[in-house]
Design a binder for this molecule. Structure first.
Ligand code: NAP
Length: 284
């Protein structure tokens, strides 16, 4: 069984590392706030490391799931400085394609494999081991990591060269932004029209208007519940990455840019940690 290290035990990383330990992998964990790593080691079988370097020395596979590009650089380069040649570094953070390509090259120079592998499925997907993983990198490197990724994924797929995983995740977030705003407007409209929105949703979710957001968020939106799920602050980070990439590749993301500004309104109203479905609060 491969030796793995997991760097970053946040909402996502904590349960992902837990699945690896539960499946018999020899896991070493590092978290900046060491208490969280200590707590993890009390729940699962694994070894605690105080620094990324200490965590990765013996590892065949190193996973990290941190915050943004700056964090990826900080943790990634620190890990790489101590990794053995032939090992693989897998980044599950949602970050830019640029930082992925940069780390890919730095890893290549040290005979270490690198995969950008952002995830979709949220906290529930991480806890249930049902994530979707969008991967960029080399096929041979993906083969080395695939079995371990499938421990916490429903579907993990290589989508192209380095950076492709992050670009795919941008497509994912572009879709979500537009769909959530559409759903929020429909619910707002229904309320203004005096309809029983819950009943209408039950009907239209069986037709062409159906979406994951409608199935999983319409009821909680109608109840004004937003203290769960994927936070607005994270979404704005992701949309900024997508809009930045769009400026580079010449695509036009008019709706995404608009919804990004709507999320800025939600942040100003105190909703930085609210779920992304809180777009409805601007309308009611
Ligand atoms: P989180 O709960 O805030 O956890 C972030 C983790 O990264 C923590 O362990 C934090 O350590 C660590 N970290 C951040 N910056 C660091 C640095 N500079 N050096 C060392 N450690 C650092 O975030 P999350 O919800 O797990 O999300 C992680 C990533 O996955 C983000 O890119 C996010 O966009 C993406 N994602 C999240 C979801 C979701 O539903 N939450 C879904 C899909 C993708 P501390 O404990 O010390 O703060």
């Amino acid at each position: 069984m491969k030796k793995v290290s997991f760097l970053g035990l946040g909402v996502m990383g904590y349960p992902m590392a837990g699945h690896l330990a539960s499946q018999g992998y020899e896991v070493t964990v590092y978290n900046r706030t060491t208490d969280k790593a200590r707590q993890w080691c009390q729940t699962y079988t694994g070894t605690l490391a105080e620094t990324p370097q200490e965590a990765v020395q013996q590892a065949d596979l190193v996973m990290m799931c941190v915050g943004n590009d700056d964090d990826v650089r900080q943790v990634g380069y620190s890990a790489l400085s101590a990794m053995q040649s032939g090992a693989v570094l897998i980044d599950h953070t949602t970050a830019s394609a640029q930082v992925a390509r940069e780390l890919y090259q730095a890893c290549l120079d040290k005979q270490v494999g690198f995969l950008d592998a952002p995830v979709s499925g949220g906290q529930a997907g991480a806890e249930n081991g049902q994530l979707t993983i969008m991967v960029g990198g080399d096929e041979a490197v993906f083969s080395q990591a695939e079995a371990a990724l499938n421990v916490y994924a429903r579907h993990a797929q290589l989508l192209g060269e380095s950076g492709s995983g992050q670009l795919a995740k941008m497509m994912n977030q572009i879709c979500i932004a537009g769909i959530v705003q559409g759903l929020a407007e429909a619910l707002h409209f229904g309320q203004q029209a005096g309809l029983d929105c819950a009943q209408v949703v039950e009907v239209i979710s069986k037709g062409a208007a159906q979406s994951w957001q409608m199935e999983n968020r319409a009821t909680t939106m109608l109840a004004g519940e937003y203290d769960f799920g994927f936070a607005v602050d994270w979404m704005r980070k992701d949309l900024a990455i997508a809009l930045d990439e769009a400026r580079r590749n010449g695509s036009t993301l008019a709706l995404t840019a608009l919804v990004d500004q709507y999320y800025a309104d939600v942040q100003k109203a105190g909703g930085r940690r609210w779920d992304t479905s809180s777009l409805l609060t601007r309308l009611t």
